[in-house]
Ligand binder design. Structure first.
Ligand code: XMP
Length: 508
């Protein structure tokens, strides 16, 4: 495996995904990992990621220096490149800023094998390495940065100021493949055979015990529940309808699990309790907390009744995936720290259930690939993500039954148009949100004063960054017309053209 040491930001995930795409298994660890722990992982190579910090911050993210002399090949990227140079005796200054596309002139090095005389690279730095440590030499320069790439070929330590993991560095994958070659890592990691391996691991972990799985209807919990079902017949799936789900969702999910052969599937209609607790609450965080706590309460109650009816249940299965775990909180292979916003995070501690997270090492595209291997119909695997707190985070301000109806209907219309014009699979996620403003309109000859629906569709690879989708006009036009004509109380539709960051995908 290749170990990615995380110095912050989203870069570490992108690098890790790229290495896996090159068929080498890769994992991320926080930069505070000790050299002893690195050794235990027996990596074939180590990559130091980029990050938003400067080596001149009062407390810059550091690493244990011993890692540099373990004899394992190392590649530092951006901040990683600078911090390696700095702690090894080189000099880094603030200056030589380069943001965006640049041209690299690579020199002869195994890292740059197969590259041209000039290569387009993507840079994003405010600091620069200006003096190299002893034993290091320049292997590439850009116009503004003489030491844009360095190497200590003897120690097999490399640094590059640019980002090979982004698409704007067209030959970035070749550079990463060269690094893999330098490491001598075998390119044999693939999804093929992975489902069987995971099923075997689940069996080992649970023995003869029963498992309760929290399912949402989404891809991750679906693939997780299929894997668990293949490992044991003693599986109970619990789906909670909090009254904030999409139009027709509960029936759809029931049908899906039935079609996939689940016999113990329980759909709990808890909408009344959720909606009564949300009454009068406008603050986004309060809304999320109420939904989270109520979810736990309803789920716990269901577990208790299932235990009464079927005897002991020892495990809680969840569809947690790799990016859900907070790598910056010293990710270790032991306990996974789950995003605070993750729907069922925090359940096991209270319920004394052991966690079973068969997908916790995988990215979304890998989860979909595992699902495909398992023969899950494409329609189910291609479903857009949907947030745990549901439509509540798409109704800005207080959630009321009327508003839920408006946003639910608008969502259904928008999604139907995406499907009609073959755009559903082209976007990562699409949604409708109800804005808390009223504007004036005219319908027939009368003045109206109604709400604004915002439509949002984004393209993304992993939801950590996202761009607004350039949809065909007809999709937006038909959605707008139908929403305004058929949803009472709405007289305006806007399309959201913000990127993430700085915006987020959801509205609250
Ligand atoms: P944001 O809004 O943070 O969303 O850009 C990123 C992705 O996460 C989903 N999301 C959630 N998923 N529980 C979830 O399971 C949540 O509380 C939650 N909030 C946001 C969002 O739909 C998007 O795919």
């Amino acid at each position: 495996m290749i170990l990615v040491i995380d110095f912050g930001g989203q870069y570490a995930h992108l690098i890790c995904r790229r290495i896996r795409q090159l068929n080498v298994y890769s994992e991320i660890r926080h930069h505070s990992i000790s050299a002893a722990d690195v050794k235990k992982l027996r990596p074939a190579g180590i990559i130091f990621s980029g990050g938003p910090a400067s080596v001149y911050y009062p407390e810059p993210p550091l690493f244990e220096k011993k890692i540099l002399s373990m004899g394992v090949p190392i590649l530092g990227i951006c901040y990683g490149h600078q911090i390696i140079a700095k702690v090894s005796g080189g000099r880094v200054i603030t200056g030589g800023k380069e943001y965006g596309k640049g041209v690299l002139k690579p020199k002869k090095s195994p890292l740059f094998k197969g590259l041209g005389k000039k290569e387009q690279v993507w840079l994003s730095h405010g600091d620069s390495v200006v003096k190299l440590p002893r034993g290091y030499s320049v292997i590439g320069s850009t116009e503004r940065c003489k030491t844009a790439a360095y190497a200590n070929e003897k120690k097999r330590v490399y640094g590059i100021q640019f980002h090979p993991e982004v698409q704007h560095t067209p030959n970035g994958m070749r550079i990463l493949a060269n690094f893999i070659k330098i490491c001598g890592a075998k390119r044999n990691y693939s999804i093929k055979g992975l489902p069987q391996k995971i099923i075997g691991e689940i069996r080992k972990q649970i023995g003869d015990n029963s498992v309760i799985v929290g399912v949402s209807g989404g891809v991750d919990s679906l693939v997780a529940s299929i894997l668990i079902k293949k490992a044991t017949p003693k599986v109970y799936c619990v789906y909670i309808d909090h009254g904030l789900v999409r139009k027709g969702e509960t029936e759809y999910v029931k049908g899906m699990y039935k079609r996939l052969g689940f016999r113990n599937f329980y759909a709990e209609d808890a909408s009344k309790i959720f909606l009564s607790r949300l009454k009068g609450v406008a603050d986004p965080e309060k809304k999320r907390k109420i939904i989270g706590n109520t979810f736990i309460e309803v789920f716990e109650k269901k577990v208790r009744s299932l235990k009464k009816a079927h005897g002991a249940i020892k495990f809680l299965g969840q569809g947690t995936i790799y990016p859900d775990r907070i790598e910056s909180a010293k990710a270790s292979s032991a306990a996974s720290v789950i995003k605070t916003h993750h729907n069922v995070g925090g359940l096991p501690a209270k319920m004394k259930l052991k966690l079973l997270e068969p997908l916790k090492e995988l990215y979304k595209d890998e989860v979909r690939a595992v699902g495909k291997e398992l023969g899950i119909p494409r329609e189910y695997l291609a479903r857009h993500p949907f947030p745990g707190p549901g439509l509540a985070v798409r109704i800005i301000g207080e959630v009321t039954p009327d508003k839920i109806e408006m946003v639910r209907e608008a969502d259904a219309i928008f999604i139907s148009k995406l499907i009609k014009y073959n755009c559903y699979d082209r976007v990562w996620q699409a949604l409708a949100a109800l804005l808390p403003v009223k504007t004036v309109g005219v319908m027939g000859d009368s003045r109206t004063y109604g709400y604004v629906i915002a439509l949002r569709a984004v393209t993304s690879k992993d939801a950590m960054t996202a761009d607004w989708a350039r949809l065909p006009n007809i999709v937006l036009e038909e959605s707008s017309t139908e929403i305004i004509n058929s949803i009472k109380g709405v007289n305006r539709v806007v399309y959201d053209i913000s990127q993430k960051p700085p915006s987020t995908i959801e509205y609250e």
